[in-house]
Unconditional design. Structure first.
Length: 303
């Protein structure tokens, strides 16, 4: 789709020049220029080839030389540019031609098709996730229920009945199945897809996003070693190393007897008693390498 854009604001009678400005590029420089010109009374049109303005700056964590948060600087400018009455944003567009004389140009702009109503766009990203050009469409849900083991079937059916199999309760349902089974069996996820009418892609999207979920079988005891800043400086890496040595596995693995799964996490929210570990849902604070063997012996004797 092509659209021809020409400056449309009032013309100054003595010079014949238009009072409109075209800015090519919606990065931080283009946005700031647009805001300055718009505040001075000019009608500004910003053309950006990407679907949204902002450029590279949103990808940065800090900015030189002050180390200020990049998005903290950029976000207010994005909002102001989007709301300013003198600024017109033309995203996903490119300048293909320019003619005319100084102060009075006619610019040809190609606007790429979006297949959405841009006046209603909120930037939620749902259209990108469901793009039929980029992604192969999937059936709404699996049609044939898999055969589950009686014990697993009882857990899944009880959970579905508790939440009335509502798609909005998918996260809670996955949490309860993960807690009961120590992981999310594939056949259970396929059963949920058939029963709840939810695509497998949506189920896997949630199951792989949260680190508390696992698609692989876990041991009876999940040992989580906190490597947050407070625990790290107090010796948490040595505690993790001792667990790896005693269990003969690396972080992220499970012992062959399916008794222990070892994991490292960023923070468990118990900095005051660090180094801290969690065994299932139980906290153990002020851990040290010499306390690892007695703890493992106690857990094994509880079998």
């Amino acid at each position: 789709m092509q659209e021809t854009a020409k400056t449309t604001s009032a013309t100054t009678s003595d010079t014949g020049k238009s009072g409109s400005v075209l800015i090519v590029g919606g990065g931080i420089s283009g946005i700031q220029s647009a805001l300055d010109l718009a505040e001075s009374g000019f009608r500004v049109c910003v053309v950006e080839k990407n679907p949204s303005i902002g450029g590279v700056m949103p990808q940065l964590d800090k900015t030189f030389p002050t180390n200020d948060c990049a998005m903290c600087i950029l976000a207010p400018k994005l909002v102001e540019a989007g709301r300013h009455p003198n600024i017109e944003l033309m995203t996903y567009s490119e300048v293909t031609g320019c003619s005319g004389s100084e102060g009075d140009f006619t610019v040809t702009i190609r606007k790429n098709a979006r297949s959405i109503d841009t006046s209603k766009c909120t930037g939620c990203g749902t259209c990108q996730e469901n793009c039929m050009v980029r992604y192969v469409p999937e059936k709404p849900a699996l049609q044939k229920k898999p055969r589950l083991q009686p014990e697993l079937l009882g857990i899944v059916d009880a959970t579905l009945e508790k939440h009335k199999a509502e798609p909005g309760a998918l996260l809670q349902i996955l949490q309860e199945i993960n807690h009961a089974c120590k992981y999310l069996p594939r056949e259970a996820l396929e059963y949920l897809s058939c029963t709840m009418g939810v695509p497998m892609s949506r189920i896997y999207e949630i199951a792989t996003f949260y680190t508390s979920f696992s698609l692989e079988p876990r041991g009876k005891y999940t040992v989580k070693i906190c490597l947050g800043s407070a625990c790290y400086v107090r010796g948490a890496p040595k505690v993790l190393g001792e667990f790896e040595r005693r269990l003969a596995i690396k972080s992220g693995n499970t012992t062959k007897d399916m008794l222990f799964t070892l994991e490292s996490v960023n923070c468990v929210g118990a900095c005051a008693i660090g180094p801290t570990i969690m065994v299932n849902d139980v906290f153990f604070g002020h851990m040290s390498p010499d306390k690892v063997e007695p703890l493992l012996k106690e857990l094994r004797s509880a079998q």
